[in-house]
Design a protein. Structure first.
Length: 283
């Protein structure tokens, strides 16, 4: 019952009402129009406990939650773990620009450093691509998949949800993993964070706790101030209709695999290896 109250709490903030059937054990939701999507997002933002962490900008959170809401309404969110992760790639790579937020409790679980691609820029992320071998980051919404042991150790598969912007993430082996060049020490020696070959890499010590928190069907938003993307992404449309007929495919998740799959990828200053992996299964 306590879990149900937590879930329904953030649903109300997203403009939904919920009812629970004790006979069937099913939670059903309907949409209400009391507040605009932006008003709902701002109300939830005001409840978030950032504590000593750096604050995620309101305008970025509004966009992230709008996309989260649309992905949820179309069947992509899995289970009852209502986790939203945001990379704000408009910020310096020397700042903690990855947030992992528990929407049930309105608390920041992690706020830490995250790398962008070597082809995306030096300290700042300026160039983005969906093309293989570009070594650039891809902006947009992702759904997390399952984990595996690759050349970078414990890693998390990602499925890009924005056509033309990040939907080749699996083909490009864009995953989340730990890396030694994501550290304050690297920043001190190089005046910027180390770079990946396109993956949102985190500190080696942070990889396992973050990946275990966000794996298997949660939302990751890689934000960029790209006007064309912000205008064209379907997930950022506040009035996007809810799908009840399955016109959007739903992701299925494999069991964790200990099989090491990968090829070596070398950055000019250090080594990064991104695991190649089979595509996520889709209905």
């Amino acid at each position: 019952m306590k879990e149900m109250l937590a879930i329904t709490g953030w649903m109300v903030m997203l403009g939904m009402t919920a009812s629970y059937s004790y006979a069937s054990g099913n939670l059903t939701t309907t949409t209400t129009n009391t507040l605009s999507v932006k008003e709902q997002a701002l109300a939830l933002y005001d409840r978030i406990e950032f504590g000593t962490y750096q604050k995620l900008r309101k305008e970025v959170f509004v966009k992230a939650l709008t996309g989260y809401r649309n992905l949820y309404r179309n069947g992509y969110m899995q289970g009852s773990r209502n986790i939203l992760s945001v990379c704000d790639f408009s910020l310096s790579s020397n700042l903690p620009r990855l947030w992992v937020i528990d929407l049930d409790s309105a608390k920041v679980l992690f706020n830490t450093l995250v790398a962008h691609g070597a082809g995306t820029g030096d300290e700042y992320a300026r160039y983005f691509s969906n093309k293989p071998e570009s070594h650039q980051s891809s902006m947009g919404f992702y759904i997390t998949g399952n984990t595996y042991q690759g050349n970078n150790g414990y890693s998390l598969r990602l499925s890009g949800m924005d056509t033309g912007y990040n939907d080749r993430a699996e083909e490009r082996a864009i995953v989340m993993h730990g890396a030694p060049y994501v550290s304050e020490h690297f920043i001190r020696d190089n005046n910027r964070l180390g770079r990946s070959w396109g993956c949102p890499a985190v500190a080696s010590s942070m990889a396992q706790p973050i990946i275990n928190t966000i794996k298997n069907g949660t939302c990751l938003f890689v934000f960029s101030e790209d006007r064309q993307y912000l205008k064209s992404s379907r997930w950022l449309h506040a009035d996007m209709p809810e799908s009840r007929n399955g016109w959007l495919p739903q992701l299925q998740y494999e069991q964790n695999s200990d099989k090491a799959i990968g090829q070596n990828e070398v950055e000019s200053e250090t080594t990064e290896t991104d695991g190649r992996f089979p595509a996520l299964l889709k209905k």
